[in-house]
Design a protein around this ligand. Structure first.
Ligand code: NAI
Ligand code: OAA
Length: 314
């Protein structure tokens, strides 16, 4: 059998979707099909063509097409769902739940119909609950329905740490657990720069400032933009996860995963450390947590459960 190219569908051709599509093509991870609603068909085709026309300059051979027809995602290996509305300044992500749950359900039905073997990465907010909607609607196994939050939240944390220390971002590693909201749990105890624990390098109050800024990192960008929300770092985070899966890299990355007993939680999608590889979420890593860390994670899990209950009651 000849080798074939990977097919990656990006649903939602807005800021995050298009940025992600271009990054995927630049890395030649596969051919990209960008999908949006019928009234956006021409702009979606136009964005795809414009991106494709960068390929001779940027030297990539991935194809990029735009469509509003779900038949075009037929047989996709991987689906990225960014469809939905972003929040406005002053809003929480959870306030998007009613509108975006409907969109997520519609999109997930199409994914189930046309790409039943695909791996799905969800970005739309409130992302923990939207990943749950996608899981329920597609009926796909839990290792194939994955949400993105922790790679982005960790990237923000690492950015602030590197800035504060005046060192390379490449040397900073950390973990952020929990829901993608202001109650997320940056795990300072598991954060290092050059292998040195963070609390040996920065005073406690500086670390607390960074934790707080990370928790509100999405809101900081929403406020600065005035309209819409972050898209460069979210798209880059998605692409890291795409690469981990399509190249079977077995990366240790935070993912929003369906928990069935891990960390003491049942039937909830929550951000936890995972091994991401060719089979999606291949396993969940259970880190030992202090009482304080577990208390913070419980609080965050409760916040996610409340939003999941809203989608269950819709
Ligand atoms: N989980 C995370 O870390 C992050 C989540 N987000 C979320 O991602 C979502 C998208 O954000 P942006 O791309 O900035 O928004 P955007 O408004 O630029 O793009 C969303 C696109 O979805 C499309 N859309 C709406 N309904 C659709 C449907 N039924 N089928 C296909 N497409 C549909 C819209 O026409 C629009 O083009 C938002 O909900 C935002 O809050 C954004 C950044 C980070
Ligand atoms: O803040 C938002 O609404 C978008 C998002 O999830 C993020 O940038 O973390």
């Amino acid at each position: 059998m000849p080798f074939t190219r990977r097919k990656i569908a990006v649903i939602g051709a807005g800021f995050t979707g298009t940025t992600c599509a271009l990054m995927i093509a630049q890395k030649e991870l596969g051919d990209v099909v960008l999908v949006d609603i019928p009234s956006m068909e021409n702009p979606t085709k136009g964005k795809a063509l414009d991106m494709l026309e960068t390929s001779p300059v940027q030297k990539f051979d991935s194809n990029i097409t735009g469509t509003s027809s779900y038949e075009d995602i037929e047989g996709a290996d991987l689906i990225i769902i960014t469809a939905g509305i972003p929040r406005k300044p002053g809003m929480s992500r959870d306030e998007l739940v009613a509108t975006n749950a409907k969109i997520m359900k519609d999109v997930s039905e199409q994914v189930k119909q046309y790409a039943s073997e695909s791996y799905v990465l969800v970005l739309s907010n409130p992302v923990d609950a939207m990943t749950y909607v996608c899981y329920q609607t597609t009926g796909f196994p839990k290792n194939r329905v994955i949400g993105q939050s922790g790679v982005l939240d960790t990237s923000r944390f690492n950015t602030f740490v590197a800035q504060e220390l005046g060192v390379s971002v490449e040397d900073v590693t950390s973990f952020v657990l929990g829901g993608h909201g202001d109650s997320m749990v940056p795990l300072v105890r598991y954060s290092h720069a050059g292998g040195i624990p963070l609390d040996k390098l920065l005073p406690q109050e500086k670390i607390e400032e960074i934790v707080e800024r990370t928790r509100k990192g999405g809101g900081e960008i929403v406020h600065l933009l005035g309209e819409g929300s972050a898209y460069y770092a979210p798209a880059a985070s998605l692409v890291l996860m795409v690469e981990a899966i399509l190249k079977d890299k077995k990366r240790i990355l935070p993912s929003i995963a369906y928990l069935e007993g891990e960390y003491g939680y049942e039937n909830i999608y929550l951000g936890v450390p995972t091994i991401l590889g060719g089979n999606g979420i291949e396993s969940i890593i259970e880190l030992p947590l202090s009482n304080d860390e577990k208390g913070q994670l419980d609080y965050s899990a409760d916040a996610v459960k409340n939003v999941m209950a809203l989608v269950d009651s819709q």
